[in-house]
Design a protein around this ligand. Structure first.
Ligand code: PLP
Length: 372
C-alpha cells in the first residue's frame, strides 16, 4: 500500500513504539498512586509532558493531557465560555474549522451563545478585516486553526491573537495539523494538539494553556490533571506522545526539506488538468488537495485500492457530504466531488509518491475519456 493520508493519521514511529513497550506490559502501575511504581509512572508522564511542551515551544503556560484533540477543543471552548465575564457570550470562528470546533460551537448556539463563523477567500485564508468587523467587547473566544486539515493553508495566528487580545478575548488555536510541521506562533492562550498526527499513538491529545487562561473543567472526577481534567492517565500513551514530540523536534529540519522535495516532485508531475485547492504559498506542503474537472473522486479512490488517499477530509469521506472547507473556498458541490487530498511526510518516498500520482492521473484521464 502507498500511504498518502497523513492528515487523517500517521504511522507510529518505530522509536515511539519502542518507548511505549515497557508501559504496555510490566510497568502497569497507576501513575496517581503513591507507591514506588506509581511514582515511576508519574515521573515518566512528567518527562513526556516536558517533551510535548518543548515541541509546542510557547512560554508561560502548562500542558494537560487529554484523550484526544477533540476533547481538548471541547474543553477549551466550553470551559472558556463558562469562565467568561458577564456579557461576553460571542465566539468568533471560521467556516473552515474542524468539526471538533464547529460542532461544539453549534451546540453552544442552541444554548443561546452568539456564534460568528467567518468566511475565507478562494485561497482559504481569513481576512483580518472580516475578523475585526466581528470584534467587540462581547467576544469571549476566538477559535482559529493553524494548518487546515483539508487544504493545508496556514492562518496568521500571531496577528489574529493580537487583534483578539485587543478586545479582551481569549484565543484557541487548533494546532493539530501544525505541531511538528510548522512553527506555532506566539499569541494563542489555548492550543490543542494530538499525538497521532505526529507519528504517536491514537487516543491521546493535549491542551496547552497560558497561565491564567485555564478553562473550567469539562470532565469532573479525581482531578488528576491540575485539578481541572480528571481521569487516570495512561503512562503508555503519554510516553508515546512525548517520544513522538521529541522526534518531531529532532527531525524538524529533515522533515521540512523532505516534504518540500516531495511537494516539488508531485507538482512537477501534475498536468494542466489539475488545480490546487487553496493557497499554494501559505500552505503546509505535506498537504496537496487537487481537483480535476468532471472527475468522480470517490470512483478514483475505489479504483486505486492500494493507494491510501482521501476525499476532502476523512470525515467528509465517510459521510458522503461534500466538504464544508471546499465549499467555503467557493467550490461547487461538483468541483468538491472532483477533489482529492494527498498527504505525505517523513516516511513517504519520492518514488512511491510519483508512481501514485502517475496512476491517479492515468485513472482520472481514463475516467474523463482523455488521452493518457
Ligand atoms: N483538529 C484537526 C485540524 C484535525 O485534523 C483533527 C483530526 O483529524 C482533530 C482536530 C481531532 O483530533 P483527534 O483525532 O485527536 O480527536
Amino acid at each position: 500500500m502507498i500511504y498518502l493520508d497523513y492528515q487523517a493519521t500517521t504511522q507510529v514511529a518505530p522509536e515511539v513504539a519502542d518507548s511505549m513497550q515497557p508501559w504496555i506490559s510490566e510497568k502497569f502501575a497507576n501513575p496517581h498512586s503513591p507507591s514506588r511504581w506509581g511514582r515511576e509512572a508519574a515521573a515518566a508522564i512528567e518527562f513526556a509532558r516536558g517533551q510535548v511542551s518543548q515541541a509546542i515551544s510557547l512560554d508561560g503556560g502548562n500542558l494537560a493531557f487529554t484523550g484526544s484533540a477533540t476533547e481538548a477543543i471541547n474543553w477549551a471552548i466550553k470551559g472558556a465560555i463558562e469562565n467568561a465575564a458577564n456579557g461576553r457570550n460571542r465566539i468568533v470562528t471560521v467556516a473552515t474549522e474542524h468539526a471538533a470546533v464547529l460542532d461544539t460551537c453549534e451546540w453552544l448556539e442552541t444554548r443561546g451563545y452568539d456564534i460568528v463563523r467567518l468566511p475565507v477567500g478562494p485561497d482559504g485564508l481569513l481576512s483580518l478585516d472580516h475578523l475585526e468587523a466581528a470584534f467587540d467587547e462581547t467576544v469571549a473566544l476566538v477559535a482559529v486553526m493553524l494548518v487546515n486539515n483539508e487544504i493545508g493553508v496556514i492562518q496568521p495566528i500571531g496577528e489574529i491573537s493580537a487583534l483578539a487580545h485587543g478586545v479582551g478575548a481569549l484565543v484557541l488555536c487548533d494546532a493539530v495539523q501544525g505541531l511538528g510541521r510548522v512553527e506555532i506562533p506566539a499569541g494563542p492562550d489555548l492550543v490543542a494538539v494530538s499525538a497521532h498526527k505526529i507519528h504517536g499513538p491514537k487516543g491521546i491529545g493535549a491542551l496547552w494553556m497560558r497561565r491564567g487562561a485555564e478553562p473550567a473543567p469539562l470532565i469532573h472526577g479525581g482531578g488528576q490533571e491540575m485539578q481541572i481534567r480528571s481521569g487516570t492517565l495512561s503512562p503508555m500513551l503519554c510516553v508515546g506522545f512525548g517520544a513522538a514530540a521529541k522526534l518531531a523536534l529532532e527531525h524538524r529540519q529533515a522533515d521540512h526539506s523532505h516534504v518540500e522535495n516531495l511537494w516539488n516532485a508531485v507538482i512537477a508531475e501534475l498536468g494542466r488538468e489539475w488545480t490546487v485547492n487553496g493557497s499554494s504559498e501559505q500552505r503546509y506542503h505535506g498537504n496537496l488537495n487537487i481537483r480535476s474537472e468532471g472527475l468522480d473522486a470517490a470512483r478514483l479512490i475505489s479504483d486505486l485500492r492500494d493507494i491510501s488517499f482521501s476525499l476532502g477530509s476523512a470525515c467528509a469521506s465517510g459521510s458522503g457530504r461534500p466538504s464544508h472547507v471546499l465549499r467555503a473556498i467557493g467550490l461547487s458541490d461538483r468541483d468538491a466531488r472532483s477533489s482529492i487530498r494527498l498527504g505525505f511526510g517523513r516516511y513517504t518516498t519520492e518514488e512511491e509518491l510519483v508512481s501514485a500520482i502517475r496512476r491517479i492521473d492515468a485513472d482520472a484521464r481514463a475516467q474523463q475519456g482523455l488521452a493518457a
